[in-house]
Design a protein around this ligand. Sequence first.
Ligand code: SF4
Length: 321
Amino acid sequence: MTGSPSPLNVLLASPRGFCAGVVRAIDIVERALELYGPPVYVRHEIVHNRHVVERLRGKGAIFVEELDEIPAGAPTIFSAHGVPRAVQEAAVARDLPVLDATCPLVAKVHVQGRRYARAGRTLVLIGHAGHAEVIGTMGQIDAPVHLVSTTEDVAVLPFADDTPIAYVTQTTLSVDDTRGVIVALNARFSDVTGPDVADICYATQNRQTAVRDLARHSDLVIVVGARNSSNSSRLREIGDEMGVPSYLVDDGGGVERAWLDGVETVGITAGASAPDELIESVIAAIAAVRPVSVRQLDGVAENVSFALPPQLRRPVRAAAE
Ligand code: SF4
């Protein structure tokens, strides 16, 4: 006779999941759908999460990669990652009504980068090649931007060590992620300036701090998020770096029974673009294997929210009247 399986402790990281920039971006699409009626066009995935994209697609959002896929006059939304200036200019040239869902923290990096370039500094961007936010940031600054990801990249930057330089960073890198590269910049160059990295993105830093705490209390870490979500992948890596087997799943369907063998406590967190219902689906998948007792760890309380673009600030009904 076999006994019933022992209960599994499920610990939830705090904070986890949606950040204010993602909430705002999704709100913009939903309100635009109410205001203009479907379809509305969104350039690039509004946030890096398939479930969010599918849900909005179901309501009438059409996702495209380039503006020329958008019919003349159709409401157009730029994703939370931001866009190069050329894209903004092309939208104006085509007379597309634009709602910009670029996260205000990303927009702040654009402003800062332009300011450094105007001050005559050679600009370095710490980030990952090919990421939508990096493409947007590089295209927002009318000066050469040198992208670095690692300390090795710093060593081969093609300018003299006394060149006045300034750096900005991709928002989905935390203070901890960028520290090594910033140290390398300061070690090589004699005149380096940069923003106060502590206020680049509160959400990235808070989720990374929380997953470290989670890993300290867990035998296994599950991160809910998309593979193309930079901040979700980083959360999984941090779990691994803490010596705890860590997996990234889209939703409950990604949970493998074998992961739970011999595990007493499983920690769950979610990237900034992963909705709550996906966390629920992961808990349900685990509960289907073993009974669970769920608890949330203490963590930083977030109370950040960002204003909507002016066109959407009025109540939708009033705007339509
Ligand atoms: S992770 Fe940070 S920068 Fe990115 S959308 Fe969220 S709040 Fe904005």
